[in-house]
Design a binder for this molecule. Structure first.
Ligand code: DGJ
Length: 545
């Protein structure tokens, strides 16, 4: 029986049959190429509250000679993860990694006659294996199949590997489409009928099917040239990835996914040029044909073995890709995210706001201890609240948010609404307020996160107030109530404050903070109906503590 799967209804990841929340980190690209280098890091991951490590497995190191496989690094990773009670998501760096083909073995790199590359319009070869070559595809599929077969033997019992990513940030850099002879033949061939049908049904925001023929070539599709080229590349990359994925899945059935280099705007102050690391607005400046939402129709139709498409999120308004990928798939997973306070401050938004199965900030392994504080706090809270979050996600009873100074957001968990604001502008570091609201029953909630306040808003003109509130402290990964919060700590029953640092009221009166950043509270409203209900609650459940 399959140990790990994506639930069709909730979209949640199930691990050993139960819903699972990934508190992940993704390793730097070269970390898992040495078991010795990785060895001392496992403990750090556990200490930071991580439960899942995303780590590359590269084609060049697993098949150094054609047909000769070496899974020593995989075995060492399995051993390290198991010793530390961690799960793994392995990333197959095969034909493509970040819009290029730097992870192919040297016997592939050195034989471009047999393993052809793509070319730009001037005929210059690009460092990107051709997805139009069956030889390329079959060689990658054979290696991936060998890797998955190996997992089926060494991981069948423990199920340490919970998902596998097939390739990494697939797509073509340097041109919107390939212009090699193989690509040109494919460009002139009829578009697959199933895709034409989907385009007629409005399956793409940029490209549609022409009225004059039922069997158009790619060039005959209607739309901007770059957008048609991008859809073309998406279809062919997806078909290739499908072949690779299916070859592996035949041996070992864990959820497979693909990740995308997004077409986000890279802010100038990063000093990064678009094509170097991320972003770009034009296909070919960002990898053309990668699994982006606007070409999801190609990926879904051509890659049925892939459970979901996933965004790597580094820049801009993170809510945009979160929403787009939550719409594209039933499942949102963020396999790469900035690991600094700014990036980590989006974890609650992804998980609470968009139902993510988890996040994995990239490059945690190189952060100095002082740079890991935000992640530790967030993961400590998510670990303690794991079952509440998973239950609430499945029932639609959780909100996630991130607010900036001066901003007010309204969040709704029926029958209540709340105004969320930043608690205080921190002197240094991440200025946002970010967290979750979980509804335990009609009137009882948990607020968790950092640096925000929550004010219950009036209902039908009647004030809503806090009936009781307590901070929950985390010990041994569990939560238990500590202080009963009232008075200054709840602004006389009107506000929940989730912040480690105290902020004086009115600038001069001392108050306390909530160290754990987790508060449980219940509400009542002064309507005639609930006033009667509230008094019975007070009689039956008053101060059981
Ligand atoms: C996105 C890639 O998918 C990662 O492997 C890594 O190269 C980062 N970019 C950049 O650090």
């Amino acid at each position: 029986m399959t140990q790990h799967y994506i639930d069709d209804v909730s979209g949640q990841l199930h691990v050993h049959g139960s819903p699972y929340l990934i508190r992940g980190i993704e390793l730097h690209n070269s970390t898992s190429s040495s078991a010795e280098y990785l060895q001392p890091l496992w403990r750090r991951f556990v200490d930071a509250g991580v439960n899942t490590v995303l780590a590359p497995v590269s084609w060049e190191l697993t098949e150094p000679q054609e047909g000769t496989f070496d899974f020593g690094l995989v075995d060492a990773m399995l051993a390290g993860a198991r010793r530390h009670g961690l799960k793994l998501v392995l990333l197959w760096f095969g034909s493509w990694k970040n819009g290029s083909s730097s992870y192919t073995p040297s016997w592939v790199k050195l034989d471009p006659e047999r393993f052809p590359l793509q070319t730009d319009a001037s005929g210059t070869p690009l460092d990107n294996l051709s997805p139009f070559s069956d030889t390329n595809r079959d060689a990658d599929a054979a290696a991936f199949a060998a890797f998955m077969k190996h997992l089926s033997i060494v991981d069948r019992r423990d199920g340490t590997v919970i998902m596998v990513q097939v390739e990494n940030e697939v797509g073509l850099l340097g041109a919107a489409r390939s212009h090699g002879a193989d690509a040109t033949a494919a460009w002139e061939a009829p578009v697959p009928a199933v895709l034409v049908g989907a385009l007629r049904d409005g399956g793409s925001p940029h490209v549609s099917a022409p009225a004059h023929t039922t069997s158009p070539s790619w060039d005959e599709l209607v739309g901007d040239a770059d957008r048609k080229a991008e859809l073309f590349m998406a279809w062919h990359y997806a078909a290739y990835v499908q072949h690779v994925a299916a070859a592996g899945q035949a041996h070992h059935d864990v959820p497979l996914f693909v990740n995308a280099w997004l077409d986000s705007i890279v802010p100038d102050e990063t000093g990064a040029s678009d094509a170097a690391v991320a972003g770009g607005q034009v296909p070919g400046v960002y990898p053309s044909g990668g699994p982006l939402p606007h070409v999801d129709i190609a990926w879904k139709l051509a890659s049925p073995s892939i459970s979901f498409l996933a965004p790597d999120v580094y820049f801009g308004d993170f809510g945009i890709p979160f929403q787009a990928y939550a719409d594209t798939n039933r499942t949102l997973f963020v396999p790469e995210m900035r690991a600094d306070g700014h990036g980590v401050s989006h974890a609650f938004l992804a998980i609470g706001g968009y139902g993510a199965i988890g996040v994995a900030p990239f490059g945690f392994d190189s952060l100095p201890e002082s740079g890991t504080l935000d992640l530790r706090r967030v993961y400590g809270q998510l670990a303690a609240l794991e079952s509440e979050v998973l239950t609430a996600q499945a029932r639609g009873r959780v909100c996630g948010f991130r607010v900036m100074p001066g901003e007010e957001q309204t969040v709704r968990l029926a029958p209540y609404e709340f105004a969320v604001r930043v608690h205080t502008e921190r002197d240094a570091g991440e200025p946002s307020g970010h967290g979750l609201l979980i509804q335990l029953d009609d009137d009882t909630f948990i607020a968790a996160g950092h640096n925000f306040t929550v004010d219950p808003l009036p209902r039908a003109g009647h004030p809503v107030a806090i009936l009781r509130a307590e901070d929950l402290v985390i010990g041994d990964g569990r939560l238990s109530p500590q202080r009963r919060l009232n008075g200054d700590e709840t602004f006389a029953g009107t506000r929940i404050r989730v912040a480690e640092t105290p902020a004086p009221m009115h600038g001069f009166m001392l108050t306390t903070g909530t160290l754990s950043g987790v508060v449980r509270f219940s509400l009542y409203s002064r309507t005639a109906e609930t006033a009667a209900r509230t008094s019975s609650v007070l009689v039956t459940a008053q101060d059981r503590r």
